[in-house]
Design a protein around this ligand. Sequence first.
Ligand code: TMP
Length: 204
Amino acid sequence: MFITLEGPEGSGKTSHIPPLVEFLRERGYHVFPTREPGGTSIGEQIRAVIHDLKNAEMHPRTETLLYQAARAQIVEEVIRPRLERGEIVLSDRYFDSTIAYQGYGHGQELEQVRQLVHYATGGLTPDLTILLDLDVETGLQRKVRQQEWNRLDAYTVEFHRRVRAGYLELVRQEPGRWRVVDASRAWNSVQEDLRSLLLEALRR
Ligand code: TMP
């Protein structure tokens, strides 16, 4: 089973994944966590280029292609082989981030972005995608506090509003694949909801 976590900036995805993995492993599930962009040696190098604040002149099409390059590598090197071995792959972001950020955020033509994503993934789609939803101001304030500011965080608040609205539109278009968790609540409540959603999906 292939499960992805998505969300706007500061939604806390990254802090929720290690305890989720431990929780599932204690119950006997074979889970492998990964993240995008990154998760492979090539992908981590591409991540450094995309996120570097010095690369302020990067064009949205360049950015979109770099994310797809990192993604193609992780799909073939990590995700597909592990799924074929029957493992559960839990990814911190996947192609919905490209649709939300590069598609809705930058206002690039959605159909073209979808085609690129399809090329990069060879059509591999998650079985379940969970959106950690949070209002944009709260999320960006969290990021400032955590001092994890990257080149994308520095885009305008309007950009991040389009990203969040994009995610909600994706949920509306494909309700069967998505679940939404309100990430503005206390961390423990969010973690509990995530655990229940994962167990429910794995028992199906
Ligand atoms: P994160 O590791 O803090 O979630 O940072 C990843 C950043 O990259 C975040 O700002 C979202 C962005 N991103 C995209 O814009 N498109 C993508 O396809 C992916 C995977 C991430």
